[in-house]
Ligand binder design. Structure first.
Ligand code: UDP
Length: 320
């Protein structure tokens, strides 16, 4: 029987490369990765010599150059707030033009498409925890809007193609773990780097804003279970953890695990930074029989180990 063909856009990125590793180990498949390496890194996929790697941007890639695919995980997009805000127009293009190109290719192949959406489509949520039926509270006119609104319009594109492409929209919440770019400016990468460099942790705002952090192998398990499940022509499912912590609590856990005293520097809260975020994962539990099983401390210890071997210079807090 011919091997299943799976395309992963953004497969050299943090979640993408962890997904590729899981697919290689658990499926008899031929994997193609398209990544423009804007945030993805070759180091993330150097252990996978058998994949077809194409360095290209989904916004202008000629998809007729690759074989027909059975399944497409569409993950390509900058996802760290400092990065996507720096390249806001590129982010909007990736979300709209890139997603449209991937959808056209999926339609041509008859492939199922899993689109990596985000908890950001809920914006600064007024409903808590966030269920898939919540429409969100997002402004079009903020530095985060290129990503939030980009992902929202990409979901709408998916909806418009769902008469001819099987669509699975995964709204991925904050994810951390090995494979993260140490310089991406996100909370876990910043805090761990700062801790490894013996520096105070940088809290934006008063640290009372909340996030629920999911370990990457759990996130990837959820994405694969979603792809492998029949959920109809179009579906949307939250993939994330439901263990909500304040940013201050996250800082404390890291300093405790590292045996360091509490040392914090406070910086202004970036514009439009969501005040609270917690995934309602009832739907994933029910439809996919999925839930995250890695507790924060074990996940952070593995991530700290990873960062120790990928140590970087002190991370300067990003000013918005
Ligand atoms: N944050 C922080 N210090 C940092 C980096 C991030 O206090 O060095 C805060 C940020 O303001 C936000 C939360 O941590 O409230 C999560 O930020 P991240 O960039 O990881 O992702 P987001 O959930 O905002 O997309």
């Amino acid at each position: 029987m011919p091997k299943e063909k799976i395309l992963v856009t953004g497969g050299a990125g943090f979640i993408g490369s962890n997904l590729v590793r899981n697919l290689i180990y658990n499926f008899d498949c031929e994997i193609t990765v398209i990544d423009n390496l804007s945030s993805g890194r070759m180091a993330n996929i150097s252990d996978f010599p058998d994949i077809n790697f194409i360095e290209a941007d989904i916004c202008d890639f000629d998809f007729s150059l690759i074989k027909s695919q059975d399944k497409i995980y569409h993950l390509a997009c900058l996802a760290s707030p400092p990065q996507y805000q720096k390249k806001s127009i590129q982010t909007l293009d990736t979300c709209y033009i890139g997603t449209k190109n991937v959808l056209n290719f999926a339609r041509k192949c008859g492939a199922s498409l899993l689109f990596s959406s985000t908890s950001e489509i809920y914006g600064d949520p007024l409903v808590h925890p966030q269920t898939e039926s919540y429409f969100g509270n997002v402004s079009t006119l903020t530095p985060r809007a290129c990503y939030d609104e980009g992902k929202r319009v990409a979901e709408t594109l998916c909806y418009e193609y769902s008469d001819s492409v099987e669509i699975k929209i995964a709204r991925i919440f904050n994810t951390y773990g090995p494979g993260m770019c140490p310089e991406d400016g996100r909370i876990i990468s910043n805090f761990i780097n700062q801790s490894l460099n013996g520096e105070p942790l940088t809290i934006y705002g008063d640290g009372s804003q909340t996030r629920s952090l999911c370990y990457v192998s759990d996130t990837v398990d959820g994405l694969i279970k979603y792809m492998e499940n029949d959920c109809g022509p179009i579906s949307v499912i939250n993939i994330g953890h439901d263990n909500e912590l304040t940013v201050s609590e996250i800082a404390q856990v890291i300093q405790r695990l590292r045996g360091q005293p509490k040392a914090i520097e406070y910086y202004p809260l970036p514009e439009a930074d969501p005040k609270q975020r917690k995934a309602d994962i009832s739907k994933a539990k029910e439809l996919l029989d999925w839930m995250p099983y890695t507790d924060l401390e074990s996940g952070l210890l593995k991530t700290i180990d990873y960062f120790m071997t990928h140590k970087t210079q002190a991370t300067v807090p990003v000013t918005f």
